[in-house]
Design a protein around this ligand. Structure first.
Ligand code: PHB
Length: 364
């Protein structure tokens, strides 16, 4: 099958993407220690993947106490901010474009990662089956997440400011934009979906109130760096991190309508493969109808299914996660119909160069 659509350029804000292949955000747990500081090795990893139409980085904590896994990078200390400059310079020198994914994990954390403080969330509801990744005297390990404490109304502006400042920091060190992480059961998703939000104040109850924090963060980030440099990721029907919603069609349709009005760079949907296929198709179609801007879809695509999704009008861009771990030149491999490198599962999270920057490109 030809891949004409996948290789058709696409405008994204002020950028022109040379193809419709996006490198999806992926945690690799390799920030420099101490301090969760991006390094020259991280810069090499992203620069190797610069032929993607757009790179979205791994999730990056926006502020102190926003972290849920050891060794994920931040963008709030001077050292972290300076470290990211290595990454943006390397990607741009290699001809690429890169957005920083900015997150707060909310309840998906543990006091061991937060200086002894209990994680914050919309409500004091533990995430069923979820784990945090900690390092303590017993070594690195996954542990069940802690039962969180509910954020006070007075604490919410600090969270919004944290996202806006992270976005300012990102653009100041050369990122082309940021992706607000509203997906996968982290803080903004915890507010959005009814299973994790039982608040009775202005941030819980109706869908309008549950979506309020997401939208206020998006507005603050857009005000800080421009809507055309602001993307948003959501994961309708996702069950990861103990998520659920009483009426996902209504919740995500409302979010899509509100995001549509904001003139953002894009909306990015992550399909975790959970939920009934018919329900998923209905929600995806409704979002596509309501959100008229650039839509990125992610989750289990290969080159042919990506081409088909673009050709049929379901998506404008397709994000690839796992294939990018082992194939820095994924664009060229798809273009040539070449085989993909196998992924070494053991080196996905943590470690050093092996399994990170030593996967061969075709020309090697
Ligand atoms: C993870 O580290 O397991 C992780 C991080 C961010 C996501 C999803 C999973 O959005």
């Amino acid at each position: 099958m030809s891949l004409d659509k996948l290789f058709t350029p696409c405008a994204l804000g002020a950028l022109t993407l040379p193809n419709r292949i996006v490198m999806a955000p992926m945690t690799r747990s390799r920030a420099g220690q101490p301090g969760d500081v991006p390094t020259a090795m991280n810069a090499t990893y992203y620069a190797q993947r610069a032929s993607a139409g757009l790179i979205v980085t791994e999730a990056t904590q926006v502020m102190d106490k926003a972290q849920g896994y050891a060794w994920t990078p931040g963008i709030f200390t001077a050292e972290q901010i300076a470290g990211w400059r290595l990454v943006t310079d390397a990607v741009h020198a290699a001809g690429g474009r890169i957005f920083l994914q900015i997150w707060h994990v909310g309840r998906i954390s543990h006091p061991a990662l937060l200086g002894g403080v209990v994680p914050m969330a919309p409500s004091a509801i533990a995430a069923e089956g979820a784990t945090a990744f900690i390092v303590d005297e017993q070594g690195p390990r996954h542990v069940p997440t802690a039962t969180p404490q509910a954020l006070a109304l007075t604490e919410i502006p600090t969270i919004i400011d944290g996202f806006a400042q992270a976005a300012r920091n990102a653009v100041a060190v050369g990122f082309d934009g940021v992706e607000v992480h509203g997906a996968n059961g982290y803080l903004l998703d915890q507010f959005l979906e009814s299973g994790s939000n039982q608040r009775s104040d202005a941030y819980g109850g109706s869908v309008e109130k549950r979506a309020r924090l997401l939208l206020e963060v998006v507005d603050a980030v857009s005000a800080a760096i421009g809507a055309e440099r602001t993307g948003v990721r959501l994961s309708p029907l996702g069950r990861f991190n103990g998520m659920s919603d009483d009426d996902p069609l209504a919740t995500f349709a409302y979010a899509a309508t509100e995001l549509d009005r904001r003139g953002l760079a894009y909306l990015h949907l992550n399909d975790q493969g959970s939920g009934e296929p018919a329900q998923k198709d209905a929600i995806w179609a409704e979002i596509r109808r309501r959100y008229r801007g650039t839509l990125i879809l992610c989750g289990g695509y290969d080159a042919d299914s990506a081409e088909a999704a673009i050709a049929s009008g379901q998506a404008d861009l397709i994000a690839f996660g796992r294939p990018y771990i082992a194939n820095p030149d994924l664009v060229e491999r798809y273009r040539r119909g070449a085989a993909l490198n196998p992924t070494d599962e053991a080196s996905i999270y943590g470690g050093a160069e092996h399994g990170y920057i030593d996967y061969p490109a075709l020309a090697d």
